[in-house]
Design a binder for this molecule. Structure first.
Ligand SMILES: [Zn+2]
Ligand SMILES: [Zn+2]
Length: 320
């Protein structure tokens, strides 16, 4: 059968044009809704290091950059003083200067941006100062609790699991744990667990950072014993009501190809009802939003529809 050629129905033209206008308008509205959606999402970073500790710029430069990038919240979290020789934490006699300076900036910029005073506090049993002492001395808004230095019973040396150099990680593992990665990683997680239970940090910092310099060399992240360590820590976090930060620093420093904690754990955390917040762990004003979009995508993919922000009194959720 021969089909009749398509005939142009001129009388339908006005309807066709009308349809085009309506559909473009609809598309535009959709676009605007997306723009609107992004504009209401709170821009924030609660994990920021200045030159009071190992950050690379004064507090004020972070504030200026955050304002430039339309942040609503900027939380400082200098490394709390640690009672052993180190080159990354705020010096004990400079702690109050740090707090005073953040508080002055808080007042000065109160109409433009919400600035909060926090610390990223290390936990090393019997060595570090109780988080409550920092809370009281500094009248802190919050503490991010992290483990960077791992100890084993009786040892006076520390396994430094962070920093740019994996040789330091390898050397510490050999000297302190006789190269036994399982013992080292278990000691790391048990320190994290003890920190959550005894110090009650509001936020748990870069939960699985111990994987960073392993880089699949000593063990695989899918080994059951390792997964059990993660599961156990998440149970403790859940029971204590801590927020887990989703930390992007490993990605933009190119030290790790995933977030801390790894994307694989986000759906598990969501299922357990563990609250999250995305942080860049900025050491330079230019770090403030690095890899934020990737983290947001992973968090949403895991099922989260909100993340937590400090609101002046405590942490509360807001839509993402
Ligand atoms: Zn840290
Ligand atoms: Zn940090």
């Amino acid at each position: 059968m021969i089909r009749s050629p398509v005939r142009i129905r001129w009388e339908a033209l006005p309807y066709f044009l009308h349809h085009c206008i309506i559909s473009s308008a609809f598309k535009l509205l959709l676009k605007l809704r997306i723009i609107y959606h992004f504009s209401i999402m709170i821009k924030a970073n609660h994990h920021t290091h200045s030159s009071f500790c190992d950050g690379k710029a004064p507090l004020r430069s972070f504030v200026e950059e955050a304002i430039k990038q339309n942040f609503r919240i900027l939380g400082f979290s200098g490394h709390a003083p640690v009672n052993i020789p180190n080159n990354f934490a705020i010096k004990t006699d400079e702690l109050l200067d740090y707090c005073n300076e953040v508080n002055l900036l808080k007042k000065e910029y109160k109409d433009t941006i919400d600035i909060y005073l926090g610390l990223e506090a290390d936990y090393i049993p019997t060595i570090t100062t109780d988080f409550d002492v920092f809370r009281q001395t500094c009248n802190l808004d919050y503490i991010i609790g992290s483990v960077h230095l791992v100890v084993t019973n009786g040892a006076k040396k520390f396994w430094f699991i962070d920093g740019p150099d994996y040789n330091v990680y390898d050397e510490g593992l050999t000297t302190i744990f006789n190269g036994d990665i399982k013992s080292g990683v278990q000691a790391y997680f048990s320190q994290i667990n003890e920190m959550i239970i005894t110090q009650k940090p509001e936020v748990v910092g870069h939960l699985d950072k111990v994987k960073m310099h392993n880089n699949e060399r000593y063990f695989s992240l899918s080994e059951r014993w390792y997964e059990q360590q993660m599961e156990q820590s998440l149970e403790i976090i859940k029971a204590n009501g801590s927020i887990v930060e989703v930390n992007t620093r490993g990605l933009y420093k190119k030290r790790c190809d995933d977030l801390f904690p790894g994307s694989r754990w986000l759906p598990v955390m969501h299922e357990m009802g563990i609250p999250v917040m995305i942080n860049s762990d900025a050491h330079h004003p230019g770090d403030l939003l690095l890899e934020y979009d990737f983290a947001l995508e992973q968090v949403k993919k895991a099922g989260y529809t909100e993340q937590y922000y400090f609101d002046g009194n405590g942490f509360s959720p807001s839509e993402i």
